[in-house]
Write a protein that binds this ligand. Structure first.
Ligand SMILES: [Cu+2]
Length: 135
């Protein structure tokens, strides 16, 4: 009887070694990566990230448009396509040629899309920032 128990313990130990359950979803994610300052998406370039790279929790981002955003209406929206949900953003404001996003709340690790737009009359700017955040 004790020999059988020992064999079962050894077998279950061997199975657990097959894959690392703590591995981040981002190691196998092809659609997005960790973000860095200087990354460009659509009409915008990331010029500040806090924290860098983005992490679960409240994030502060600045994106530069390369043109004045005076008079433009700026918006940002988060979306997690695999789960069909977004999350809250504290504030989105235009400042000179930049969009400042305050308290972008990344509520969980995984693949996210953050759509940033500046509606400036005839000249609308857009970026879909694709990123993966470690769990
Ligand atoms: Cu989710």
């Amino acid at each position: 009887m004790s020999r059988l128990l020992l064999a079962l313990v050894l077998l279950s130990g061997a199975c657990a070694d097959g894959e690392d359950p703590a591995e981040s979803p981002c190691t196998t994610e092809d659609r997005g990566d960790a973000l860095s300052v200087g990354d460009r998406f659509g009409d915008f370039e990331l010029t500040a990230l806090d924290p860098a790279p983005p992490a679960v929790g409240l994030n502060q981002w600045t994106l530069a448009a390369g043109q004045s955003l005076d008079g433009c209406t700026v918006t940002a929206e988060t979306f997690m396509p695999d789960h069909g949900h977004g999350s809250n953003i504290g504030a989105v404001e235009a400042a000179g040629e930049s969009v400042e996003i305050t308290d972008l709340d990344i509520i969980m690790g995984g693949y996210w899309e953050v759509t940033v737009t500046a509606a400036c009359g005839e000249d609308d700017l857009e970026a879909v920032v694709q990123l993966c955040v470690d769990a």
